[in-house]
Ligand binder design. Structure first.
Ligand SMILES: [Zn+2]
Ligand SMILES: [Zn+2]
Length: 422
C-alpha cells in the first residue's frame, strides 16, 4: 500500500545512511580529540525550557514548536539542544564540580518550518558547549572546532564574527537602536514592526531584504561596546589570527536570541551548494540567568550546525573517499561444503582481530560473487576453493589492484598482507 511520508522528514537508508554514519563518527572523533564529552538530552521537553531560554518572542517558540499531545503537561519535541542540556546539567549539579565543562552532541531536533533545500522539520544537529566565563582560548577553541570540522570535509566556507556586547553596553545601544527602528518602522516587515518593541536586536536576523536594508544603515553594537567587551573582542581576533583562522568581522550578525552576549559567529557555505539556507554553523557566547529551570547562572560558548546542510555541502569526491576508507576490509567467497566451514572459521578470527569482514551466505558463480564484493566496496576478497583448500591454501584478491595470489592459510601472514597492501 502506498503512503506518503510526513513532510520535512526522511528515513536514513542506504546509500545516504552510509555516508551519514561515517560523518557522524568523524565529527565525534574531532570533538573527542579536544576533550569534549558526549551528551544528549531527551527529545521530549517541557515547553517552558525554550520559552525561558530562547525567549517566548522568538520564531522558534512562537511558530516552530511541535507540541506533543499530553493531558497534564505542555510537552514539545526538542527544538535545539543547548537549553535542555543546560537545564539537565543544572538539575544534576554537574557543573558545580568543574570536572565536566566541555560537551558535544549529535542529536535530532524538530522545527515546524516550511521545508526546503537544507531545511527539514525533523533533522540532526551537531554542536558543542564549553562552560565558563569569556576567555579567548575558550571562545577561540570552539570556533576552531567549527573550522576543523568544515575543513575535514573540504567544505568551502567563510567565518563571520561579531561581538554583541554585554548587559552594560547593550542597554544604551538598544535604546539607540529602538529610536532608529521606530523612525524606520514603515520600511520593516510585519514581524519586525513588532520586534522593534519586544527585541529590536532580532530585526538583524530577518531575511526580508527591506529589513536588511534598514539594519545595515542603522547603528551597530560593535561601535558601541564597553571597554571590557572591546578588549575581549580584540583578544578573540588576536587568537584567530595567531591560529591562522580567516574571519570577516560582520557587524550585522547578532544571533538575536535572549541569552547571547559578546562573541557571536557564523560559518557560511561559499561553494554555492546550499542556496538561501547557507549558514552551516551558528554559535556564540551565552549567559543563562538563574531561575527555576537554570538553578545557577551559567555562562559558556558553543555552536550548533545542521547535519543535513553539511552533507549537502560536501562534494561527491570527498564522500567517496570517506566511504572507501570506512568500507569492508574483507569479503569471503566460497563454494559451499567444507569451503564454507573454513570461511566461517576464518571470519571468526578476522573479526576477533579487528578486521571488518563479511562472508557470502550463497555459493555461486565466482564472477557474480566478486562483483557483489566490489559493490560492497570490500578492499580484499578471500576466495576459498576446494582444490586450494586441499593444499592448505586460499586466494587473496586485492580489489583495488585486481591482483590475486594464492597464499598459505596462515592468519599472521594474511593480516600482514592486508596491512601492507594499504
Ligand atoms: Zn560590554
Ligand atoms: Zn523583517
Amino acid at each position: 500500500m502506498a503512503f506518503e511520508k510526513i513532510r520535512g522528514t526522511y528515513d536514513l537508508l542506504p546509500e545516504d545512511s552510509l555516508f551519514f554514519y561515517t560523518l557522524k563518527k568523524e565529527i565525534e572523533k574531532i570533538f573527542e580529540l579536544s576533550g569534549f564529552n558526549y551528551v544528549e538530552s531527551s527529545l521530549l521537553q517541557p515547553v517552558e525550557i525554550f520559552k525561558r531560554s530562547i525567549g517566548s518572542e522568538s520564531d522558534i517558540v512562537k511558530k516552530e514548536m511541535f507540541e506533543v499531545v499530553s493531558n497534564s503537561q505542555s510537552i514539545v519535541l526538542k527544538a535545539e539542544e543547548t537549553a535542555p542540556l543546560m537545564a539537565g546539567l543544572s538539575e544534576k549539579k554537574i557543573l558545580e564540580s568543574s570536572v565536566f565543562n566541555k560537551f558535544f552532541y549529535f542529536t535530532k531536533v524538530f522545527r515546524h518550518e516550511r521545508p526546503q533545500k537544507g531545511r527539514l522539520r525533523e533533522f540532526y544537529q551537531y554542536g558543542c558547549e564549553y562552560i565558563g566565563d569569556f576567555n579567548k582560548y575558550m571562545d577561540g577553541e570552539v570556533i576552531e572546532l567549527g573550522e576543523n570540522i568544515l575543513k575535514h570535509f573540504n567544505v568551502s566556507h567563510s567565518l563571520h564574527i561579531n561581538s554583541i556586547g554585554c548587559n552594560i553596553c547593550r542597554k544604551p545601544y538598544l535604546e539607540n537602536l529602538k529610536d532608529y527602528l521606530r523612525k524606520e518602522k514603515d520600511n520593516l516587515c510585519v514581524d519586525c514592526k513588532r520586534r522593534v518593541e519586544t527585541n529590536p536586536l532580532r530585526v538583524f536576523d530577518c531575511k526580508n531584504e527591506k529589513c536588511k536594508k534598514v539594519t545595515s544603515a542603522g547603528p551597530k553594537i560593535l561601535d558601541n561596546l564597553c571597554d571590557d567587551c572591546k578588549k575581549d573582542f580584540e583578544d578573540l581576533k588576536d587568537f584567530l589570527n595567531k591560529n591562522g583562522i580567516d574571519f570577516i568581522v560582520d557587524p550585522d550578525i547578532v544571533r538575536g536570541l535572549d541569552y547571547y552576549e559578546k562573541s557571536v559567529f557564523e560559518f557560511v557555505e561559499t561553494g554555492g551548494k546550499l542556496g538561501s539556507q547557507s549558514t552551516l554553523i551558528g554559535g556564540g557566547r551565552y549567559r543563562y540567568k538563574k531561575d527555576e529551570i537554570f538553578k545557577k547562572e551559567i555562562t559558556g560558548v558553543g555552536f550548533a550546525g545542521g547535519v543535513e546542510r553539511l552533507v549537502l555541502s560536501i562534494s561527491e569526491d570527498v564522500k567517496e573517499k570517506f566511504l572507501d576508507s570506512s568500507s569492508l576490509d574483507i569479503f569471503i567467497v566460497h563454494f559451499g561444503g567444507e569451503t564454507f566451514k573454513k570461511g566461517l572459521e576464518i571470519i571468526k578470527i578476522l573479526r576477533e582481530n579487528g578486521v571488518k569482514s563479511d562472508i557470502s551466505l550463497n555459493e555461486g558463480r565466482i564472477n557474480k560473487l566478486l562483483s557483489l564484493a566490489s559493490k560492497k566496496k570490500a578492499k580484499y576478497v578471500i576466495i576459498i576453493g576446494e582444490d586450494e583448500l586441499a593444499k592448505g591454501k586460499i586466494s587473496l584478491k586485492n580489489m583495488k589492484t585486481s591482483l590475486q595470489k594464492e597464499i598459505i592459510l596462515n592468519l599472521e601472514d594474511l593480516l600482514k598482507e592486508i596491512k601492507n597492501g594499504e
